[in-house]
Design a protein around this ligand. Structure first.
Ligand SMILES: [Fe+2]
Length: 199
C-alpha cells in the first residue's frame, strides 16, 4: 500500500469526511488532497526529508485545506472572480485549519503545513508574510505541490493545463511564489517520470 493509503485510515473519521466534502464543494474531479500528498511526498523524498518529516508531510498535505470546511461552499466553487471581501474570507482558511487541528494533532510539521502552505518565497503570501526559508521546508514543498496539482485539475471555473504548461508556470514563479529548490526538484522528479512513460 502507498504511504497515502496508509495515512488515510489514520485520519479521524471527521477529517476524512471533511476532505470528501471539500472535494465536492470545490468541484474537483478527484481527491485533490490525495494528489497533493503524493506529489509532496515525491518532492520531500527528492529533497532528503527524514522519515519523521515525511510522515508530517503525508498528514499535512492531506489536511492542508481542512480550514475551508469553515468557509461558505458557495465561495469555494464560485465560477466568477471573487470580490476582495470574499477573497479575504477564503484567506482565513490556514489559521482556521490550524485551530481545528491543534487540539488533537501535535506534529509540528503537520500544523506548519496547514498554517503556511500559502506563504510565498518573496514574502507576499499569507497569513504571516514569511519569506524564503523562514517558511519551513515541508510547507514550501506542499505550496509547490498544491499549485502544481491544481494546474492539472479540471475545476468548475477553468480547464486543466498540460504537464508542460504546469511546469513552465512553476518555473516562471520560481523565487517569486515558490522556493526555487522545490521547483527544480519537482521539474526533475516529474520530468523524469514523464520521460519514462514516453520511452
Ligand atoms: Fe489552501
Amino acid at each position: 500500500m502507498s504511504p497515502v493509503g496508509h495515512a488515510l485510515p489514520r485520519l479521524a473519521p471527521r477529517f476524512r469526511h471533511f476532505l470528501a466534502e471539500l472535494d465536492r464543494r470545490e468541484g474537483y474531479v478527484a481527491g485533490h488532497s490525495v494528489s497533493v500528498c503524493e506529489t509532496a511526498l515525491r518532492l520531500g523524498e527528492a529533497l532528503g526529508l527524514d522519515a519523521d518529516e515525511l510522515d508530517g508531510v503525508t498528514l499535512g498535505a492531506l489536511l492542508h485545506d481542512i480550514g475551508k470546511v469553515f468557509v461558505d461552499g458557495q465561495l469555494l466553487g464560485k465560477p466568477a472572480p471573487l470580490t476582495p471581501a470574499e477573497a479575504a474570507t477564503i484567506r482565513l482558511h490556514p489559521q482556521l485549519g490550524e485551530a481545528l487541528l491543534a487540539p488533537t494533532v501535535s506534529h509540528e510539521t503537520v500544523l506548519g503545513i496547514v498554517r503556511w502552505h500559502h506563504e510565498r518565497w518573496d514574502g507576499g503570501g499569507y497569513p504571516d508574510g514569511l519569506a524564503g526559508a523562514a517558511t519551513p521546508l515541508p510547507a514550501r514543498i506542499v505550496a509547490a505541490a498544491d499549485a502544481f496539482v491544481a494546474m492539472g485539475e479540471t475545476r468548475t471555473y477553468r480547464r486543466s493545463r498540460g504537464l508542460d504548461d504546469a511546469l513552465a508556470e512553476l518555473q516562471r514563479e520560481s523565487a517569486r511564489q515558490f522556493d526555487p529548490g522545490c521547483v527544480e526538484a519537482l521539474v526533475d522528479v516529474l520530468g523524469a517520470a514523464t520521460r519514462r512513460e514516453v520511452a
